[in-house]
Each structure stands twice: as structure tokens, then as C-alpha cells.
Ligand binder design. Structure first.
Ligand code: NAD
Ligand code: 3PG
Length: 630
């Protein structure tokens, strides 16, 4: 027979996110300034008591004296505490139901408000051990029951000991007094609960630090609402991604590690071992070698448009989903390109540089309006086509060339070859993607085909232009003005020196890959990409991913979801369904999509099934990844 387990749970900052007396303070002290002052003092006294710096009775006495609370305040306190139950407690009601008889609440707080809150999750009132207030004739709270064993030194331990519980005793709490139960040898294990507060002195003493109840249930193999505790999901965030993304991952309960710049291959190989979610921008190269070291990696977020820095084929073969932000920074790039076209047309770089040196060069020579000029856009995607519309609205004549058929917007005219576009344009601007075939798309031959005095812009990818040829054409005067935002090699952070043959060339605007670096774009991206990744982790939804078959899935309700990624070979769906049939499992919904490399099958099933089935799904030949969600 398995050993009986008893679960002793603290209330303040464990069962609830808050300290109840803090909440009481905000209710019973009307003056905002006095309330703030008292609250700070109450919190200080709570910490001193919780960390074992002063006796808990003293901490309690001093807090109650400051509060001057009345019985009439308790109804509002209870109302507010109902909304403050810790998230991981709320969603694990099944655990509370199943172990109703073995769950105890032990607290140095007060039954008056604890019982109504814990009852919400089915804890028995007789299993709540806490103190009670004392009142005067007017209902003012004057103190607490001093005969209660919990007021004594090591009170919690004494209380539990008096219950004579057979079997194993597990204590979950955030305070020193919770640890003391284990310290006195009365409990078998102490779990420091850190979902709401982290106290170093308590964490140091713990058998296990548990950032949520899910983690506690997971490590003890107990029934949990989640298939995998979110705190076990590690996110590595590189390249100065906007804080909003970091916050979204933290709100989800993930562990987040942030590095401000990019990492070189070897360093990334080292750091990626335990990472489930990798977040990068355009600089970090996610190579096959990096992916070989990424055994836990589930998803990569490119917080930008380009994904040429990621070995997408290897990601797909390994069942790692990749998301990007295909639209969020497009407007920012278009605005920069337009600004640069205007500045180059007027020779502003030179004029400004000269004036900084004290040289007054007022002349119209070579300065042109952009109105009526022919703008040639290479790559008519999200950026190229937006630029087309805005440039036309400024009076430019727009031509474009794309390798796929694109609808011409406004009065823009399609060119059927690159040569045609190069020959006709006064200004040539590059907005192709960074696929390897585009290496040196523009080289000596292409510059040769351009008009004398052409303006040239590259805001796409550095390797698309042969810099040697570009330099020669600027120096020869063939190119009258040039703007470059992207380079074949870019510094990995703001400390590294930028080296390039383009430095110091005339009428050449150099910008440090900032086409998409506006606050608006970065914030939008930081909202968009994490939402896709979190959805994939939580539901399996792959919609808008770069490399997975795109599936938009219904919400998971009263079902478990089996997610299966496999090599795209015949017969896998049949094999999955054979396993399910052999276990007599009822399928509630099934979704399949494939691409050239992989198949992606989602199967929603009734929640009661033999867990050996999930092992069998993993063992189907050609399976890449398989997980269960609930
Ligand atoms: N400078 C920056 O900060 C910045 C910001 C965002 C995007 N970008 C770069 O700009 C690129 C384009 O962005 P987008 O959102 O417009 O992408 P997109 O995929 O919507 O458009 C790219 C277009 O280029 C076309 N194309 C590809 N190769 C071509 C070729 N050889 N000749 C002609 N057309 C070709 C494609 O068919 C597509 O229509 C991104 O891939 C990224 O590399 C740079
Ligand atoms: O691909 C992109 O979106 C751009 O190149 C911007 O990249 P970044 O976020 O690294 O500046």
C-alpha cells in the first residue's frame, strides 16, 4: 500500500498572493499618506517575522497595534482575498478535491478570513489551523488568542505534531516558520513556495524551491492541471529584445534569461542546452551545430522579419517551430528608406558634415527634388509595396521587380527583368529577403547597368550587395549617393567596433541596421512573437509559423491534446490512430497538416486513458516530437 501523504500549506503569500494584513491595512486606514506609511511598516514587520529575525508573536502584536482594525472590516477583506488566491492553486482544484482529507492549512494569520477563502478550493474548515482575533465591545480588534499553540515559539511544528499524522508530511510555504516544521523534524520535506515572494533565507533551507503548485505536484508525481510546470520552461532572450516580451514570458510563469547582445556560435552552443524557447533578432546565427546542442528546444522566435540567420531546414527536421514578426517593423523600414531618399537627393550628408566643420556651402548644384523621379524597387513584398504607395504619394514614378508575380499598387509599373529596372531607375532600393541565392544579387555587372548618378539604397541584407563593387562605384562617381543599413558582418553588440570599406565614402549614409529599430516596431514585435510562441506551447497552434504546417486550433476543453510531429512519410496518421484504437480511446477532434518535410497531427482525446499510450505514440517510427497537453 502506498504511504499516506499529508500536505501542510501556509496561507499568506502561499495560498494567496498577498499578506492578508497588508490588505486589511488598505481597507481600514482611509488617509492615503498614513496608509502608505503604515503599510511599509507592516511589510517590514512581516518580513522580520517571516525571515526569523524577530519572534512571530512580536511581529503580529506590532502589526495589529498599527492596524486599529474592526470586525466590520473583515467582510471587505474576505471579498478582496477571494480575488487573490495564487494562480497555480486556483487551477489545481482537482488536487484539492482528491486530497481533501489530507490537506491542512497552517497559518499565523486568522481563521476569520482564512476559512472562507480556503473553503473555495474545498479545504475542510476543521483542517485549518490558525489564530483568532480578540475584540472589544465595539468590535475593535484588540489582539489574538494568546493560548493558541501557534503563538508559541515553533508553534506551527507543535500544532502539526499534536495531530499525530501517519505517513509522510510535506510542508509548502514561503516563510521561515514553515521551514521550522521540517527543521524540528516534524515534516519529511519542506518546499519553499516562490510564486508570490522569494525569501533567500527560506529558499536556502528548502528541500526544493517550488515556483508554483504545479512544480510541487510535478516533482511528487501528483495529479496536476498542467501537463508540464511552466516554471520549467526556460527562455533565452538575446539581442536587446523589448522588455514587453520578457514580461509576457514571465507572466506566463517561464524562467527568463536575458543577454543584451548576440552570442557567438560556441557560446550559444553552451547556453542552449536547457533552453525551450530561444528569442533572437537578425544577428544571432542559429546553425545546425547550435541546434545539435539544443535538445530541449521547442520554439525559436525571430523578433524581426528575416529568418535567414536560422537554419530553418534543420529546425524543421528536429521539430522546432520558428516564428517571426512578418509585418511589425515594415512601416519603420519604409519611413527610413523614404527619409534617406530625400536626404541623398539633396546631398544632405555632405552639406551637414561640411557645416559641422564650419564650411558654409550654400548651393543648389546637384540637389534634386524627388518629385517625378523614377524609383526602382527590387523585391515588392511587405516593405517594397508599402514604399511604392508612399513614394507615389510624394510624386515619384515607381517601378518594381520581383521574382514572383505581384499586384502593382497604385500606378506602379512592373519590370520583367532586373536589368530593365536597373536601366530605368534614378533611385534603386533593395527590399529582397536574405535567402542565400540572393548573395551578391547586386554586383559589378548590375552597377554597370544603372544610370550615371544613380542613388542606391540597401535596407535588406548585407550579403545581397557586393561591397567591393559598391565602393568602386561610389568612388568613381557612378553612384551619386548611397544609403546602407545592413552589412555582411555586423558587430554583435554596441561595444564592438564597426569595420567597413564604406566608412568615409562621399554622400554615403551608414546606419547600424536600424531600419526596424523604432519604439513602435519593437513593442509591436514584442507583443506579437511571444503571443505566437506561448500559443504554440499551450495549445499546439502553429498558425503563421515560418516552417511548420499552419494549424489554427480550437480551445482545449475537457480533453487532452496529443501533439505529434513526424517525418512526412506515408501511413503515420493510420499508425497514430491504431495506437489510439488499441487503447480504446475516443477521439474528440483530429487535425493534420503536412509540408514537404514534416507532418503535424493534433488529436484531442477523452481525458481518461492509459498513460502507456503516450509512450507508444513516441515509439512510432519517424516520430520527431510528441507531447501531451492539458
Ligand atoms: N533594415 C532593417 O532593419 C530591416 C527591417 C525589416 C526587414 N528587413 C529585410 O527586408 C527584407 C524584406 O522584408 P519584407 O517584409 O518586404 O519581406 P517579404 O518577404 O514580404 O518581401 C521580399 C520580396 O522580395 C522578393 N524577392 C526575393 N528575392 C528576390 C530577387 N532576387 N529579386 C527580386 N525579388 C526578390 C520576394 O519574392 C518578396 O516578394 C527582409 O527579409 C529583411 O531581410 C530589414
Ligand atoms: O529582419 C528584420 O526585421 C530586420 O533586419 C531587423 O532586424 P533587427 O531586429 O535585428 O534589427
Amino acid at each position: 500500500m502506498p504511504t499516506q501523504k499529508h500536505f501542510i500549506i501556509d496561507f499568506d503569500s502561499t495560498f494567496t498572493k498577498v499578506e492578508a494584513l497588508d490588505v486589511l491595512c488598505t481597507i481600514c486606514i482611509p488617509d492615503p499618506e498614513q496608509r502608505q506609511q503604515t503599510l511599509r511598516e507592516i511589510q517590514r514587520l512581516t518580513d522580520l517575522g517571516m525571515e526569523g529575525e524577530i519572534p512571530l508573536t512580536e511581529s503580529l502584536e506590532r502589526r495589529l497595534a498599527l492596524l486599529k482594525a474592526n470586525r466590520s472590516h473583515l467582510a471587505e477583506l474576505i471579498r478582496q482575498l477571494h480575488g487573490q488566491v495564487s494562480e497555480s492553486f486556483k487551477h489545481n482544484k482537482a488536487f484539492f478535491d482528491r486530497f481533501r482529507d489530507d490537506i491542512y492549512i497552517i497559518s499565523n494569520g486568522f481563521k476569520e478570513f482564512i476559512v472562507p477563502i480556503v473553503q473555495e478550493l474545498g479545504v475542510k474548515p476543521e483542517n485549518v489551523f490558525a489564530n483568532s482575533f480578540t475584540y472589544d465591545a465595539d468590535g475593535n480588534i484588540t489582539g489574538f488568542d494568546r493560548d493558541n499553540v501557534l503563538t508559541q515559539n515553533q508553534g506551527k511544528g507543535k500544532q502539526i505534531q499534536s495531530l499525530n499524522l501517519p505517513g509522510e508530511i510535506y510542508v509548502i510555504g514561503d516563510g521561515y516558520t514553515d521551514y521550522e516544521i521540517k527543521g524540528a523534524g516534524i515534516a519529511d520535506k519542506f518546499y519553499a513556495f516562490t510564486e508570490n515572494v522569494e525569501r533567500e533565507s527560506v529558499m536556502d533551507k528548502a528541500d526544493h524551491v517550488t515556483p508554483s503548485l504545479d512544480e510541487f505536484l510535478y516533482v511528487n508525481n501528483l495529479p496536476s492541471a498542467l501537463s508540464y510546470p511552466k516554471n520549467r520552461i526556460k527562455v533565452l532572450v538575446l539581442e536587446g529584445i523589448h522588455d514587453k516580451a520578457i514580461q509576457l514570458f514571465k507572466n506566463e510563469g517561464y524562467q527568463v534569461e536575458v543577454v543584451s547582445g548576440a552570442l557567438e556560435e560556441d557560446e550559444l552552443c553552451e547556453r542552449i542546452h536547457n533552453v525551450s524557447i530561444l528569442c533572437i533578432r537578425s544577428k544571432t546565427q542559429v546553425t545546425a551545430k547550435v541546434l545539435e546542442n539544443a535538445s530541449r528546444l521547442m520554439a525559436i522566435g525571430a523578433f524581426c522579419i528575416g529568418t535567414n540567420q536560422i537554419d530553418l531546414a534543420t529546425c524543421t527536421e528536429r521539430g522546432i517551430i520558428v516564428f517571426n514578426a512578418p509585418y511589425s517593423n515594415t512601416r519603420s523600414v519604409v519611413e527610413l528608406a523614404l527619409g534617406e531618399i530625400l536626404l541623398l537627393s539633396r546631398g544632405i550628408v555632405e552639406k551637414s558634415n561640411k557645416l559641422h566643420q564650419g564650411i558654409w556651402d550654400k548651393s543648389a548644384a546637384g540637389a534634386r527634388e524627388i518629385r517625378g523621379k523614377k524609383l526602382g524597387i527590387i523585391g515588392y513584398g511587405s516593405i517594397g509595396s508599402q514604399l511604392s504607395v508612399l513614394a507615389e504619394s510624394l510624386g515619384m514614378e515607381v517601378y518594381f521587380y520581383d521574382i514572383v508575380d505581384k499586384l502593382a499598387l497604385g500606378n506602379a509599373k512592373v519590370c520583367y527583368s532586373l536589368s530593365e529596372l536597373l536601366a530605368i531607375s534614378d533611385i534603386v532600393t533593395l527590399h529582397v529577403d536574405g535567402r542565400t541565392e540572393n548573395k551578391h544579387l547586386i554586383g559589378a555587372q548590375e552597377f554597370e547597368k544603372m544610370k550615371l548618378g544613380v542613388l542606391f539604397l540597401n535596407l535588406s541584407r548585407g550579403h545581397v550587395v557586393d561591397l567591393e563593387a559598391l565602393t568602386a562605384n561610389i568612388q568613381s562617381g557612378k553612384i551619386k549617393g548611397c544609403a546602407v543599413d545592413v552589412f555582411p558582418y555586423e558587430p554583435k553588440n554596441n561595444e564592438e567596433l564597426f569595420q567597413s570599406e564604406l566608412r568615409g565614402l562621399p554622400n554615403t549614409l551608414l546606419t547600424p541596421h536600424i531600419g526596424g529599430s523604432t519604439e513602435e516596431a519593437q513593442e509591436n514585435i514584442a507583443q506579437y512573437v511571444p503571443s505566437k510562441m506561448i500559443d504554440y506551447i499551450n495549445t499546439g497552434g502553429s498558425y503563421n509559423s515560418v516552417n511548420f504546417p499552419n494549424l489554427q486550433l480550437p480551445e482545449l476543453r475537457n480533453a487532452h491534446r496529443l501533439i505529434h510531429v513526424h517525418r512526412n512519410v506515408p501511413g503515420i496518421l493510420a499508425k497514430i490512430n491504431n495506437v489510439l484504437a488499441a487503447h480504446n480511446i475516443n477521439i474528440l477532434g483530429q487535425y493534420l497538416k503536412t509540408n514537404e518535410t514534416i507532418g503535424y497531427v493534433i488529436t484531442d482525446v477523452d481525458t481518461s486513458y492509459d498513460r502507456t499510450m503516450t509512450r507508444e505514440l513516441k515509439q512510432i517510427p519517424d516520430t520527431i516530437k510528441s507531447r501531451t497537453l492539458y
